[in-house]
Ligand binder design. Structure first.
Ligand SMILES: [Zn+2]
Length: 241
């Protein structure tokens, strides 16, 4: 490799953040920066071991997420935030769409974020599923808050999806992000599913929809961060870019 051109010769980090990593290049380094957002889906106590609807190994995503949180300058944390009479709850749950045990009921310990999950102070928190009559797996389908528009207005072009559970809320979030026009990366070691078969199916479906499957080890921080939206007086800052 020549050092005279001021950058890595091939396959290196320089410029990799400017183009999407091709699918099928699983070892490529992906530089995170100003136009990226990390999305953390439903890392709540009820979805982790000991909760009312535990995802096997659900808590294993936490150290992976915590490690990559500092690589980003924007973060979206979604959570299930159900009323006690939510439509998806069943007294004799069949563990499928529309038939779950009660979980993540507003104000209960099970709805809390997992205690060891790092949440930056200026992360955006999106609650979903708070309408008793409506299931909402994705933070992009919340009626009072247009997440896609929020991200686009802030120059976000790529989103990196992590959290629980692969077949349901992670899957729907990734598909909705792609449909909204974002380049979508699924960080595979930072998600867990309810069943191996369901997870495998969901991963294939997401991939077919254009979601790029990566592992957290491919991520590297470019150090670029979004320009501040407000000055020290709380006034909006105009950026011409
Ligand atoms: Zn739910």
């Amino acid at each position: 490799m020549s050092a005279t051109d001021g950058g890595p010769a091939t396959g290196g980090a320089g410029g990799a953040g400017l183009r999407p990593a091709p699918a099928g290049a699983p070892s490529e380094t992906i530089l995170t920066g100003a136009r990226d957002a990390l999305i953390v889906v439903d890392v709540q106590r009820d979805f982790c071991p000991g909760g009312s609807l535990p995802v096997p190994g659900g808590d294993e995503v936490i150290p992976v997420i915590n490690r990559i949180v500092p690589f980003f300058g924007r973060w979206i944390y979604t959570r299930d935030w159900h009323p006690a009479n939510h439509v998806s709850f069943s007294a004799s749950p069949e563990y499928r769409d529309g038939s779950w045990p009660a979980h993540c009921v507003q104000g209960t310990p099970g709805a809390d974020w997992c205690a060891t999950l790092d949440i930056p102070m200026n992360a955006i928190l999106v609650s979903k599923g708070d309408d008793p009559d409506r299931e909402t797996y994705s933070g992009f389908r919340v009626e009072r808050f247009d997440l896609a528009q929020f991200l686009k207005l802030r120059g976000v072009e790529r989103v990196f999806i992590t959290g629980l559970a692969t077949e349901y809320c992670v899957r729907q979030t990734a598909l909705d992000a792609g449909a909204a026009g974002f380049t979508v990366y699924l960080v595979e070691d930072a998600v867990r599913g309810i069943s191996p078969e369901g997870s495998a199916r969901a991963l294939k479906e997401m991939e077919a929809a254009g979601v790029i499957r990566i592992t957290s080890g491919q991520l590297q921080d470019s150090g670029e961060r979004p320009a501040p939206a407000y000055d020290e007086h709380g006034n909006p800052v105009e950026h011409d870019d």
